[in-house]
Design a protein around this ligand. Structure first.
Ligand code: IMP
Length: 425
């Protein structure tokens, strides 16, 4: 395997966590390089369901080194809850490296996120992600490195919260109770100290030794701050470009990119979604796919597969092979739509527009495929898939011009099998 990036190629929630967990049996390292606790990766092993927001999805595998890289923004309370929750169940099996360079999401960021969202709703998860990355860019953020010396951390965090209160009050918010927060944050800092590390040098040593490394994306290509449907995006580079900047490795060290796509499309929060189904069919996809946010519990918007958006996502990320997930959710639909082109102001195109005004005018051009009623629960190989499912997936592969490597037909670790002969995985 060597190095593999696993990236969401829609609007997030494609099932990347499950893929990373499954592929991690061959990996020595799993690296998160962007985002924060806005992510929600659901892993199902046996009867046990685990939802991770910050811990890399390799953490359930013994001996796997799990990096929270420089490009991630870390909410200490959430991270500790995840670590300690898994430790209690004896499921914290990997080794965690929390990079010194990662920035801290502090209470100020949560409050500012909520206040900003009141003024202009983009449907943020309100996990403080945007305000934390803004502070990083303004060069006033606090980093994991600041947790090393608790005495100076106390001073820095107090000053940060005081400055935060000024911003909160200016926006009409209620100021924070600083002394209690400082005590709580210092206590959290103390509990995280065993995990602090310089992951960059460690990762370079691993790459030099030829160890297998998985780069685990969060969110999806269309939520990328530069290439997504701005401003309805998250605040980081969710694509392949986020790996060098967020993990500290050169681009050439990313040997292969696995793009993860759901067999239909979903989106949480506001923003363009050309193939959204608003009524009965959308509700049916939501119910059958349990399409409710892993982080916020919000109902996800649902629609048919959008090959125009997917082709764009695969192109900007140089995707080599695909994993198609949640194929089982499409069981029992009489017809299944696939958007092959867009019609914008009477002009047919297969290009995903950069402009929101054009995205608002998109009329999807669909083709419809016959659905199936078969239960895919016990399918363990491509050959066992009903012919209509095979035909649908083969059509996606043809439209996307990237080979499918893996197909997922259920939430559990085992409901995953090979489609093509991809020697890499
Ligand atoms: P934020 O990153 O929490 O500020 O949210 C910005 C946008 O990205 C909102 O539309 C969120 O719903 C969306 N978003 C953030 N994280 C995820 C995710 O992990 N999956 C799906 N959507 C997400």
């Amino acid at each position: 395997m060597s190095t593999l990036a696993v990236l969401g190629c829609q609007w997030g929630d494609e099932g990347k966590g499950k893929l990373v967990d499954a592929l991690a049996d061959k990996a020595a390292w799993v690296v998160r390089f962007q985002g924060g606790a806005n992510a929600g990766h659901t892993l199902v092993v046996g009867d046990e369901k685990t939802v991770l927001h910050l811990l890399p999805s390799g953490i359930l595998r013994g001996g796997v080194r799990c990096v929270i890289g420089p490009g991630v923004v870390v909410h200490m309370g959430t991270l500790l809850e995840e670590i300690e929750g898994l430790q209690k169940r004896g499921a914290f099996r990997g080794k965690l490296l929390l990079d010194y360079r990662a920035h801290l999401v502090l209470p100020t960021h949560y409050i500012l996120d909520a206040l900003n969202e009141k003024r202009r709703s983009i449907g943020s998860t309100k996990r403080g992600i945007g305000p934390c990355y803004s502070d990083k860019a303004r060069r006033v953020g606090l980093r994991v490195a600041d947790l090393v010396d608790l005495g100076s951390f106390e001073v820095k965090v107090k000053a940060h919260l005081e400055a935060g209160n000024e911003r909160i009050e200016a926006l009409g918010g209620r100021p924070m109770e600083i002394p209690a927060l400082v005590t709580e944050l210092c206590e959290q800092a103390r509990r995280l100290q065993p995990f602090l590390a310089d992951s960059v040098h460690a990762l370079h040593d691993a790459l030099a030794a030829g160890e297998n490394v998985l780069f685990e994306g969060a969110q999806g290509a269309l939520l990328d701050i530069d290439f997504g449907t701005y401003p309805f995006v998250t605040s980081s580079n969710t694509g392949v470009g986020g790996i060098p900047t967020g993990a500290g490795v050169p681009p050439r060290s990313i040997q292969r990119v696995l793009g993860v796509l759901k067999a239909y499309t979903t989106r949480v929060g506001a923003g363009p979604f050309p193939t959204e189904l608003k009524e009965e069919l959308g509700n049916k996809l939501r119910e059958r796919g349990s399409e409710f946010g892993a982080t916020t519990g919000r109902p996800r918007r649902c629609g048919w597969f959008d090959a125009v958006a997917a082709r764009y996502a695969l192109a900007i990320n140089g995707v080599d092979c695909l994993a198609i997930t949640k194929v089982d959710v499409l069981t029992s639909f009489r017809k299944i739509g696939v958007c092959t082109h867009y019609q914008i102001g009477g002009v047919k195109t297969d290009r995903f527009p950069a402009r929101l005004d054009e995205l608002d005018l998109v009329e999807p051009v669909y083709e419809f495929w016959d659905g199936w009623n078969d239960n895919l629960k016990d399918v363990t190989s491509k050959d066992e898939l009903p012919a209509l499912v095979q035909a649908y997936l083969a059509r996606l592969e043809e439209l996307l011009e990237v080979p499918i490597a893996l197909v997922s037909t259920g939430p559990s670790r085992d409901a995953l099998f090979r489609w093509g002969a991809d020697a890499w995985l």
